[in-house]
Design a protein around this ligand. Sequence first.
Ligand SMILES: [Zn+2]
Ligand SMILES: [Zn+2]
Length: 254
Amino acid sequence: MTSEIRHLSLEELLAPGRDHDCAGMGPDHVCVRIAAVADLPTRFGNFHIVAFWNNRDDKEHVAIVHGNPVGAEDVPVRIHSECLTGDALGSLRCDCRDQLEASLRAIAAQKVGIVLYLRQEGRGIGLLNKIRAYGLQDHGLDTVEANLALGFRDDERDYAVAAHMLELLQVGSIRLMTNNPRKIAGLEALGVKVRGRIPHVIPPNDYNRFYLQTKATKSGHLIDFDPERLGARSDRAPGAGRTPEPPRAMVGAA
Ligand SMILES: [Zn+2]
Ligand SMILES: [Zn+2]
């Protein structure tokens, strides 16, 4: 019954979120409100999309909801930060599109699940600065060094909006699909009940391998680089000569 919920009934269940008001969550007193709910059939399965207003940025964050989250426990949740180059353009400099598609597919197969799609491009530094950081990486810096060179912390994201969105979706507790323990700590600090972690590892490609290694070694991501487990494969024909290393600018491009 929960997975077959009609959008009108979900809309009714989430109605209290429409005129929600509170003193705010976290140090910035973030408050969000549900602006709209609609059906969202996708190539990955059927969802509802819930659009949120918030008082912190001018961005329009959304939740992509499968089934009925109201009062549900252990709900699989993926928090995805927008990546125009990856999500929409299919860039190979990162693994964002693969992560997004894998999470939508996995959640559509569950009774209930949520992808929070946050419009915090480039780990919060914005599209323009992300492209600037790419430019620096083309000259040999890694993703963390490039952000620091531009005057940003490694990760400018803030999870108060996400935590508050989950509150208005009336989720009881979640299991977070992530390789990043900082996300779990960030959400728990804001009162979200995180009952566990679902690993979310996508095999690297030749362009994002260095980026993913940097996330693992410098940003505390739990990514196992054992080639067997990641399903890495060589495109080289058996017996073919050694493929020359791609230039550093390509390897470090992420
Ligand atoms: Zn509020
Ligand atoms: Zn990306």
